[in-house]
Design a binder for this molecule. Structure first.
Ligand SMILES: NC(=O)c1ccc[n+]([C@@H]2O[C@H](COP(=O)([O-])OP(=O)(O)OC[C@H]3O[C@@H](n4cnc5c(N)ncnc54)[C@H](O)[C@@H]3O)[C@@H](O)[C@H]2O)c1
Length: 362
C-alpha cells in the first residue's frame, strides 16, 4: 500500500479525532469473519463493550459505528462509576443468516489475542449463546448464560435503567414521575425494547411501538396491549416520550424539526447524529434529552458484576442509581445553561481526569 494512501491517513485521523487508542481488524477467510474491534480509552480499566452484528452497507459504516460506540462506552463506564474503559466490537454480516459457532469462536480468538485489553458482551445481533461460543476460546467475555456461571442477558437491566431515566425526566417536565396516562413511543422492541414495554405497561403508560420486524411487532403488541405504528410515522407523533431502542443517529436535524415529544430517553447508543449540533437544537426546542450512555448503563453494570463477582443485588442497586444520576445531569445542565449531553460529558470526563491523577502515584 502506498505510504500516503487515503485509507492509511483517514483511519489514523479518525482515531486521533476522538482520542481512540487502538483498532483491530479481524479477517478469517475460513469462517467468513470480518470484524472490527475499537478500543477508545483504558484509563479506568480494561475496555468493555458489546459486540454488534449488523449488515453494514460499507466497511466505512462499520468502522464509524465501532469508533462512535467504543467512545460512548468510555463515557458510560466513567459516569456510572465503574472501573472500566471503553471498547466495542462490530461483526459485519446478517446475524440471522451468517452467524455460526465457528464464526463466533474465531472472533473469540481475536479477543483472546488482546490479552484482556478488551472484554466483550452481547449487543444488537448477538446473544448469550454467542457469548458462550466466545467463552470457549477466551475468558474475556461477559453476559454468558447463568447456567454456566454468568450473569445472563444484560438487556433486562438495561431496560430497567432506561425506565428509571424516563421517570426522572418525566419528573422534571411534568412535576411527577408517575407514568400512568403518559404516552411513550418505543422504537425497536427487541431485547431491551420488549422489557421496557413491559415495565411501562405495568405502570399504565400508553405505549406505541414500531419495529421493522413485523412478527415481533405483532407479538409485543398483543402481549402487552401496546399500539403498533408504522416506522416512518414516528417523528410526527404527538407523544410525551420518544424511547429510541433500535439504531443510533435517529435524533438529527431532520427528525428534530418534526418532533413534538417533550422527552427523548431510550436505550439506543449514540442517538444524536451530531452530538454538538443536535443537543443544541433540542435545547432550543425545549425537548429534554436523557443522555443515552447514562440511562442505558444497566446492562454494563450487569456485565461488571459478572466480572467482579458482585451478584444481582449489587447490579440492582447500581442500576437504581440511574434515577438520581439523571436528575443530577438535568440539574447541572440547568444551572450551567448547557445541554444535558454536555453536562453528562463533563461529569464523565472529570472522573477520568481525576483517576488519571491517582494512577500516576502507583
Ligand atoms: N442489550 C443491551 O443490554 C443494551 C445495552 C445498552 C445499549 N443497548 C442499545 O439498545 C439498542 C437495542 O439493543 P437490543 O439489545 O434490544 O437489540 P435487538 O437487536 O435485540 O433489538 C433491536 C430491535 O430494533 C429493531 N429495529 C432495527 N432497526 C429499526 C428501525 N429502523 N425501526 C424500528 N425498529 C428497528 C430490530 O428489528 C430489533 O427488533 C441498541 O442500540 C443497543 O446498542 C443495548
Amino acid at each position: 500500500m502506498p505510504a500516503n494512501s487515503s485509507l492509511d491517513t483517514s483511519i489514523l485521523e479518525q482515531l486521533s479525532a476522538y482520542g481512540h487508542k487502538k483498532l483491530v481488524f479481524c479477517n478469517d477467510a475460513d469462517t467468513g469473519l470480518k470484524a472490527i474491534i475499537a478500543i477508545h480509552d483504558t484509563t479506568l480499566g480494561p475496555a468493555l463493550g458489546g459486540t454488534r452484528m449488523w449488515s453494514y452497507a460499507t466497511e466505512g459504516e462499520a468502522l464509524e459505528d465501532a469508533l462512535r460506540l467504543s467512545r460512548g462506552m468510555t463515557y458510560k463506564s466513567a459516569i456510572t462509576g465503574l472501573n472500566l474503559g471503553g471498547g466495542k466490537g462490530v461483526i459485519i454480516g446478517d446475524s440471522r443468516k451468517d452467524k455460526t459457532e465457528t464464526l463466533m469462536r474465531s472472533y473469540g480468538r481475536f479477543i483472546k489475542n488482546l490479552n484482556g485489553e478488551f472484554i466483550t458482551a452481547e449487543e444488537m445481533g448477538t446473544n448469550t449463546r454467542d457469548m458462550e461460543y466466545i467463552r470457549m476460546e477466551t475468558s474475556y467475555v461477559t453476559g454468558v448464560p447463568e447456567s454456566i456461571g454468568g450473569a445472563g442477558n444484560p438487556a433486562p437491566f438495561t431496560a430497567q435503567g432506561v425506565y428509571l431515566g424516563i421517570k426522572a425526566s418525566v419528573k422534571e417536565v411534568f412535576g411527577t414521575d408517575m407514568l400512568a396516562g403518559r404516552t411513550v413511543v418505543v422504537q425497536g422492541i427487541g431485547n431491551v425494547g420488549e422489557h421496557l414495554v413491559a415495565l411501562l405497561r405495568k405502570e399504565n403508560a400508553e405505549v406505541l411501538i414500531s419495529d421493522i420486524n413485523q412478527e415481533q411487532l405483532t407479538y409485543v403488541a398483543r402481549k402487552y396491549k401496546a399500539k403498533p405504528i408504522e416506522a416512518d410515522k414516528i417523528f410526527g407523533i404527538d407523544a410525551d416520550v420518544y424511547a429510541p431502542c433500535a439504531m443510533g443517529a435517529t435524533v438529527n436535524s431532520k427528525t428534530i424539526e418534526r418532533m413534538k415529544f417533550a422527552i427523548i430517553a431510550g436505550s439506543a447508543n449514540n442517538q444524536l447524529k451530531d452530538e454538538v449540533l443536535d443537543s443544541e437544537l433540542l435545547l432550543q426546542k425545549g425537548i429534554l434529552f436523557a443522555p443515552d450512555y447514562l440511562i442505558n448503563a444497566g446492562g454494563l453494570i450487569s456485565c461488571y458484576s459478572e466480572l467482579t463477582g458482585f451478584g444481582k443485588k449489587r447490579t440492582v442497586q447500581l442500576t437504581e442509581n440511574i434515577y438520581d444520576a439523571t436528575r443530577n445531569v438535568i440539574k447541572l445542565s440547568k444551572s450551567e445553561k448547557i445541554s444535558t449531553n454536555i453536562a453528562a460529558n463533563r461529569i464523565a470526563e472529570k472522573r477520568i481526569a481525576d483517576v488519571k491523577k491517582i494512577k500516576s502515584s502507583y
